[in-house]
Design a protein around this ligand. Sequence first.
Ligand SMILES: [Zn+2]
Ligand SMILES: [Zn+2]
Length: 336
Amino acid sequence: MSTTEAGPQKEPEAASSVPEEVSVESQRDAALRIDPQRLPLPEATQPLKIMWPYVGVLVGIHVIALYALIPWLFSWSGVILAIAGHFVFGMLGITIGYHRLLTHRGFTCPKWLEHSLAILGVCNLQDSPARWVAIHRMHHQHSDHQPDPHSPLASFLWGHVGWVVCRHKELDRTSHYERYVRDLLRDPFYLKLERRGFWFSVVVAHSLLIIMAGGIVGYLAGGTWLAALQLAASWGVWAVAVRTVFVLHGTWAVNSLSHVFGYRNYETRDESTNNWLVALLSHGEGWHNNHHAEPRAASHGHHWYEFDMSWWIIRGLESVGLAKDVVRPKAKAKAV
Ligand SMILES: [Zn+2]
Ligand SMILES: [Zn+2]
């Protein structure tokens, strides 16, 4: 592991034995990091105003996911679809599509593939591609400093979900979109998803399709309307709600946990960390300190033990000619 993993405070005696140049270097490194005191909430969220439609939808999906505790709604096919959906929608849609492709342009691919990945991303209830990308680019520009929209230094809950449900005056302004996602909105496909909240219709349509498919399979397998109803409901709970909740918290944990807990390979100007739990939940996004060090790199794992599933998928796409101009981390050599 490299140089900067946070450890316990050195005893004064031990500190005095550190060679002078190291001591000066660590003082400079400490000065580069921000004071991990609480940041105030972004000014543009003042006064705090709750966005009730977001709260309603998010509470709703969590309540439906809790129905998974009802034995009648259990099915192995629902569980398998939830796990598969975590990869298909979460990894391909959010991690690879929204984040590494659309936000950072870590690689290029044919338009049909880019749009397909974006649609998979939309199905995770994490807003339209343009809004997601604009917020994330803003985060990289100001991470853990004002006006970072979701720094957990304001409070852990704020960094995790508070920022999602509180109105932020800047984020919906045309000027914000023009500043951060002009490239994306030149494509009519993303503009269409933006208009009149069309992206949300896609979320609803994909949920209904999964529920209907459950009904059809249930009827074919059980031969009764009750069997159809049971599997439709089971797939709705497991393959839609449980999966969506897991993907949501995986993404939110990148913003919260991976700016608070974990180790650091690089001295970035923020508090980003590498966190294995988040990496597991989000298919490699938890190597977030590596990512802040080199945002454009399509690979986030910089050590052999920093497994990054999404990177292997991108490499797979590259090997069959579907991903091009793949950006590799330059600092990797320095980290080892
Ligand atoms: Zn970050
Ligand atoms: Zn990023």
